[in-house]
Write a protein that binds this ligand. Structure first.
Ligand code: NAD
Ligand code: UDP
Length: 342
């Protein structure tokens, strides 16, 4: 067991909390930094119940450079940083671009500065398949061209990647980074003790499905049935959040063990399989026995028709592949929804 200290920003959030569990399982010693802007302190109880570990938590806003420097110096012995902290609501970012740039870009810059000052070298960045826009060729590889972002949120991922790439390429930099481009993370830990906690009306498909099935929302709107896909609804690469969490541990370990091929690497994290909106609903109905009340409506502006990952590079280089299928994703999301409302 290594017991190396790892700083996890945004570790109280959806993907962060699942990653904390896998870091502990792998023998790391995670420290959470989060401002609880989109998460709840009760996550700590779920983490302790699953792992038996009281995970240290620092409540600060990473867009504040002074507090960031202060907290990082307290944990200067950390071997690496996994940076999840960001605001992520696409629609909201269109309404409040400055807030998104200040929070997401400001936090990233503060974290990179604190790391450089303390000579913490290993960095994992949460990026997104939104950088590919609507790809001309499917599946998308890491070398597929990126497209101009269609929202300030998407732009914070593109600019974020650029800031890191430029930082890594300077002669004096000791930074080693892996940017992980997530496809569509869904599902929850199989204990149903942690999961996604959407504030207000969910934007994402699966939380909307589970909330409709449990009676909080009246009806799910299926956005568009006239896409050029087999059933007409849009296609995404849904990935179980625990598979995604495991990939973070593999990527971090790659950097710590100096197995990276360059000091800036990018990996797609998906299953390689595309599923339509209707297929997700069908899987949910099959695994839970619940009916989803849904209606087909117009396309949602800005949505791409289809995107799914080429997983070859992650499989060959990281030695990582997903293990959990769509039915396990929808079933675990339902178990979590029932637990939340229980
Ligand atoms: P989340 O909102 O559940 O978690 C993010 C956490 O960061 C929250 O706990 C929030 O309180 C915290 N945070 C935000 N701003 C902060 C700040 N200034 N200081 C300190 N803490 C702050 O989101 P998530 O779904 O777990 O996403 C994690 C990361 O993955 C984000 O960077 C997101 O953009 C990225 N991502 C998510 C998805 C997805 O579908 N969930 C897809 C692609 C990329
Ligand atoms: N979607 C839908 N109804 C909803 C939410 C989403 O039909 O209430 C569709 C959306 O149009 C997209 C897919 O589900 O095709 C995944 O959407 P989500 O917002 O979860 O992820 P993203 O658009 O970021 O890929």
């Amino acid at each position: 067991m290594s017991l190396q200290k790892v700083i996890v920003t945004g570790g109280m959030g959806y993907i962060g909390s699942h990653t904390i569990v896998e870091l502990i399982n792998a023998g790391y010693h995670p420290i959470i930094i989060d401002n609880l802007s989109n998460s709840d302190r009760s996550v700590l109880e779920g983490l302790e119940a699953i792992t038996g570990v009281k995970v240290p938590f620092e409540e600060i806003d990473l867009s504040d450079s002074k507090s960031t420097a202060q907290i990082f110096s307290k944990h200067a012995d950390a071997i690496g940083v996994i940076h999840f902290a960001a605001l992520k609501a696409v629609g909201e970012s269109v309404e409040q671009p400055i807030r998104y740039y200040k929070n997401n870009i400001g936090s990233l810059v503060n974290v990179l500065e604190a790391m450089a000052n303390l000579k913490i070298e290993n960095f994992i960045f949460s990026s997104s398949c939104t950088v590919y826009g609507q790809p001309e060729k499917l599946p998308v590889t890491e070398l597929s061209p990126t497209q101009p972002a269609i929202s300030p949120y998407g732009n914070t991922k593109q600019v974020g990647e650029e800031i890191i790439r430029e930082t890594c390429s300077t002669k004096s930099s000791e930074l080693h980074t892996i940017s992980l481009r997530y496809f569509n993370p869904i599902g929850a830990h199989n204990s149903a003790l942690i999961g996604e906690l959407p504030l207000g009306i969910p934007n994402n498909l699966l939380p909307y499905i589970t909330q409709t099935a449990i009676g909080i929302r009246e009806q799910l709107s299926v956005f568009g049935s006239d896409y050029n896909t087999p059933d007409g609804t849009a296609i995404r690469d849904y990935i179980h959040v625990v598979d995604l969490a495991e990939a973070h541990v593999v990527a971090l370990t790659r950097l710590i063990q100096k197995q990276n091929k360059s000091n800036y690497e990018v990996f797609n994290l998906g299953t390689g399989q595309g599923n339509s909106v209707l297929e997700v609903i069908q899987s949910f109905e099959k695994t839970t026995g619940e009916k989803v009340n849904y209606k087909i409506v117009d396309r949602r502006p800005g949505d791409v028709e289809a995107v799914y990952a080429d997983t070859t590079y992650a499989r060959e280089e990281l030695g990582w592949a997903t293990k959990r299928n769509l039915d396990e994703m929808t079933a675990s999301a339902w178990a979590w929804e029932k637990k939340l409302r229980g």
